[in-house]
Ligand binder design. Structure first.
Ligand SMILES: [Zn+2]
Length: 377
């Protein structure tokens, strides 16, 4: 039984305010140059749990497991290493005020975990890892047995954890890719994002595509799932999808929201980042230089979530990431002083004056998380 917790931050931000065996039917493939994929399906049985085996080989760096269900909410319960030792368990984190992954909360009909997450997590060793998934009712806490789950495992054999690149698909909502001013501002913002991410030794490989998706984008989750699923179908294997729309959830202060943390590398109801361009243009529809700086940092921040980064402190100053080199500050003043220029700070400072404080800081531990994201190559 999992105890109740307030619905977790959905990786929103940058607003002004702040079992049984995994069944058969393997369908193995190769994703990109260094990612192997394996698709299976299984049923969570009477225990409401499904054990997914991930076969790690010599030289593999990290893996991701994505589970999806048509019927139930899903969560990750634990990861066992090839010796059988449990190296990650939900009980250690569920009531913590430090966050390492959103996978323990059964808030959606899909779940995703990346492993290892931090540089202090044990590096992969060859052998069979087991990722335990659980199926739950919509309350996210009551077990719901006998649920069919589709599972995709992705394993990266890119051993470099010092320098990496992420592939991004910028997907224009209907008609926006023909707005020359918006395209130009977005390209300038992405150039700034690339500069910011250089601080984590991360490069961007960006591709653009048009779509007929409604520019009034939904908030990810629940009702937004189908739009994220539709958008993620545009992705080539390994790409992270960023949808540029006009507004998110009809909220002119909503800059961008990541579909999950970390984000899946396969099409799903979680698999995109939604961005509302009007908010990024400061609401007046015209991009100033400061707007473009903010827009680029919003993109860098939201895809930072997708690559596994939490806010170093949440906007109530009562919860933190699980990284050692981002201080556990308390209170607005101290947190803004210590962390206000960090890329992952939960809100932008000074925007009311028309000049948002630039947030380009990335710590070594944050860099290590990004470098271990399975989509980083
Ligand atoms: Zn955020």
């Amino acid at each position: 039984m999992r105890c109740l917790i307030a619905l977790l931050l959905l990786a929103a931000c940058k607003s002004e305010d702040p079992g049984e065996d995994a069944g058969t039917g393997d369908d193995a493939g190769v994703l990109g140059e260094a990612i192997r994929t394996n698709e299976t399906s299984g049923n969570t049985g009477t225990a409401g749990e499904l054990a997914v085996t991930v076969s790690v080989e010599e030289g593999d760096r990290s893996f991701m497991v994505v589970g999806t269900s048509e019927e139930a909410h899903l969560a990750v319960l634990a990861i066992d290493d090839p010796s059988g030792a449990t190296i990650l368990r939900w009980q250690d984190w569920y009531n913590e005020r430090r966050y390492v992954t959103n996978a323990f909360w059964a808030t959606r009909q899909a779940t995703v975990i990346n492993w290892p997450i931090r540089d202090i997590d044990p590096a992969l060793v060859p052998g069979d890892y087991v990722v335990h998934l659980g199926s739950y009712r919509a309350d996210g806490t009551t077990s719901r047995p006998d649920i069919d789950v589709d599972v995709t495992s992705l394993i990266s054999s890119d051993q470099d954890v010092e320098r990496g690149a992420i592939r991004v698909l910028v997907l224009w909502a209907d008609g926006l890719g023909e707005d020359a001013a918006l395209v130009s501002a977005t390209e300038a913002a992405i150039a700034h994002w690339a500069d910011v991410w250089e601080g984590a030794d991360m490069a961007l490989e960006v591709r653009y595509e048009q779509s007929s998706i409604d520019p009034l984008l939904p908030y990810p989750g629940g009702m937004g799932g189908p739009v994220l699923l539709e958008a993620s179908a545009f992705a080539e294997p390994g790409e992270v999808v960023v949808i540029i729309g006009e507004l998110v959830n009809d909220d002119p202060s909503q800059y961008g929201v990541s579909g999950q943390l970390p984000g899946p590398l396969v099409p799903s109801t979680l698999s995109a980042i939604v961005v509302g361009w009007l908010a990024n243009a400061g609401g007046d529809g015209v991009f100033s230089d400061n707007d473009i700086q903010l827009y680029g940092e919003v993109l860098a921040h939201e895809v930072g979530h997708y690559a596994g980064l939490f806010h170093p402190v949440e906007s109530a100053y009562d919860a933190w990431d699980a990284l050692d080199d981002t201080p556990e500050c308390g209170g607005q003043r101290a947190c803004e002083d210590m962390l206000g220029t960090n890329l992952m700070f939960p809100y932008s400072i000074g925007c009311a004056t028309g000049m948002c404080l630039s947030t380009t800081g990335i710590t070594n531990d944050q860099r290590a998380v990004m470098q271990r994201y399975t989509g980083t190559r």
